[in-house]
Design a protein around this ligand. Sequence first.
Ligand code: SF4
Ligand code: SF4
Length: 433
Amino acid sequence: MSHDEPMGNFVTRDAPAYEGILQCMRCGFCLPTCPTYALTGRERSSPRGRVALARAVAENRLEFTPAVKEEAFFCLDCRACTTACPSGVHAGEIMEACRSQVHEVFPTTGLAGGLRRFILGKMVPSPELLETSMIPARLYQKLGIQWLMRHSGLLKLAPRWMEKAEGMLPPLQAPLRTQLPEIVPARGEKRGRVAFFLGCVMTLLYAEVSRQTVRVLAHQGFEVITPKQQKCCGAPHMNEGDPETARSLARHNLDLFLDLDVDAIVTDCAGCGAVLKDYEEMLEGRADHARLALFREKVRDISEFLVEVGLRTEDLRSLDLSVTYHEPCHLCHAQGISTQPRKILKAIPGVELREMKESSWCCGSAATFGLKFTEESQQILDRKLANVAATGADALVTANPGCHLQLAWGLRQAGMEQPVLHLMEVLGKALPE
Ligand code: SF4
Ligand code: SF4
């Protein structure tokens, strides 16, 4: 979706590809699917309007103005517009490419710039540094400071984004990457060998989900390899306009995982899966094409993989649980995976799936959108919570850590009691010991 040639008022590196921009025929089919257009009613905050802005910049009719910058970050990159577009326009990815332009045209300087460079360039690419960075947060919870902060009302004095970020923090466990055995044997008759891509947010914030995914895979007859040297998939970098670091992470993971003799590379994080499947495009012309194609062929979301190989259900226990399913944008829109999680839920004895209205409408999390645009994010979340409440289901199921954080926080704020569970946590509950 991006280009290295100079183009109009875009700077040279990583500009959105002009051919992609030209594909928009301005039909407007995308408009009803766009959460930011639904909120604002503003053409420039719609997929069509955003593509028109990018086109004007590419054709020298518009400078890369602060308004273009704002739209680049105001887009949730939820990709709902791509699902709806008859012309295959990727407005979200065009805006993602515009974010890298933002940092060329309006570079962040001083302390904020240094912090940004450290977090994206040093901390996130290093699993060790990332894990170390969570120690203060774990101490904050363990020593009771969190309890004190939440009950003293002090958080109300903090900026809204900070109060929200604190409120979203789930109970933290020790990092999983170093604890998880590198090889977990298959149980029962062996059906194959897979590699597990952990994903940083999932393993740092929802270690139990990753544990259940490995348990499910082993129970389904797969030997699971979890290489400890794996790094972030690059999603935060693509999201924050740092494609260069994303590419270096992609190269690392590509080499690491292709060296393993596995049938598939499986992830339980929708955001990671979408980016891993994009490596082929991200590294096009920068890595061996056959290796990129082989990597792409092997990457699977866990639900996609289990349905493809055939879910073994003989010894699953009955759960007596009604659930509703929120589709992560990066699963349904970016990867086209919509039926598989439902098939798994319906295959678990005792689970009743109650469909919610607008299950594939974004929850308002969208990486850092939920913290940058707290008001708008809340409005998008309220729409989702109303649809959840209408189902009366016991639990809300999803498959992405960003959605998980936002939905769990939203339910708590709204005084709703449903827990949020990852699909693999539901399946894990049904497994025999
Ligand atoms: S992005 Fe697609 S759906 Fe939207 S106006 Fe352009 S061509 Fe039509
Ligand atoms: S990616 Fe989502 S928020 Fe962005 S233009 Fe498309 S529908 Fe709207």
